[in-house]
Design a binder for this molecule. Structure first.
Ligand code: PGA
Length: 253
């Protein structure tokens, strides 16, 4: 049985006060369910990770980073290593979010190095995949998702991949208010699970969690979670409002 997983991706939002206040509100409002019936994580900007980790330390809310660098240390100005994230209390790290792919220009190869370094460094990566609108319109969804998944996990053993979570986030649904329908999401989730089954076998495919992301709101989270292959939600905009995020957590619990 896969435990539900709800993660909030704050992106480049909040400040030192509002981030801590939001984290505290999420921790207290989810205390009945977090860690029991649902895994809950928040992913603040790098500079607030430590204060957010302290704010949720007495709760079951986990902390994730939005990115990392694959080298352990050295002359990489501006970058953050897996061990630094571990050191300040991070459990999870997003890899290959669509904004990093399409705004910053990260490639599948770079993302694969990050996933691999995250796992070796003791972090649990959330590998994000998803097609652009023109790719969906050209019936390329499965080809794109399959390429991102295969390249993003290239060379990793089944033991390593078992540390990962996959997030399917159609790019056209992110921050646009246009959610994939539950059928559209389920179709791709089913495709991803079958692909993972071919690549790594039944056990891994049965156990790995596949999250949906893209304009998840309190009004659509329950119906998405009702689909058999949607194991959780990666929430952007709605994770910045404690009440909305808590309602989404409750609908997943
Ligand atoms: P959104 O973002 O919920 O604001 O669409 C989701 C994401 O990018 O993870």
């Amino acid at each position: 049985m896969r435990k539900a997983f709800v993660a909030g991706n704050w992106k480049m939002n909040t400040d030192s006060h509002t981030g801590v206040a939001l984290a505290k509100a999420v921790a207290s409002g989810s205390s009945q369910v977090a860690g029991h019936s649902v895994t809950v994580a928040v992913c603040p900007p790098f500079v607030y990770l430590q204060s957010v980790a302290a704010a949720v330390s007495a709760s079951h809310v986990a902390v994730g980073a939005q990115d990392l660098y694959f080298e352990p240390k050295g002359a990489f100005t501006g970058e953050i290593s897996p061990s630094m994230l571990k050191d300040i209390g991070c459990t999870y790290v997003l890899c290959g979010h669509s904004e990093r792919r399409h705004v910053i220009g990260e490639t599948d190869e770079l993302i694969c190095k990050k996933v691999s370094a995250a796992i070796s460094g003791g972090l649990l990566p959330i590998l994000c995949v998803g097609e652009l609108l023109e790719e969906r319109d050209a019936s390329q969804t499965e080809a794109v998702v399959s390429r991102q998944l295969k390249n993003g996990l290239a060379g990793l053993s089944v033991e390593k991949v078992s540390a990962a979570t996959i997030a399917y986030e159609p790019v056209w649904a992110i921050g646009t208010g246009r959610t994939a329908t539950r059928q559209q999401a389920q179709e791709v989730h089913d495709f991803v699970r079958k692909l993972l089954q071919q690549m790594y076998g039944d056990e891994l495919a049965e156990e790995i969690r596949i999250l949906y992301g893209g304009s998840v709101k309190p009004g659509n989270s329950a119906e998405l979670m009702a689909e058999p292959d949607i194991d959780g939600l990666l929430v952007g905009g709605a994770s910045l409002k404690a009440d909305d995020f808590l309602a989404i957590i409750d609908s997943a619990a």
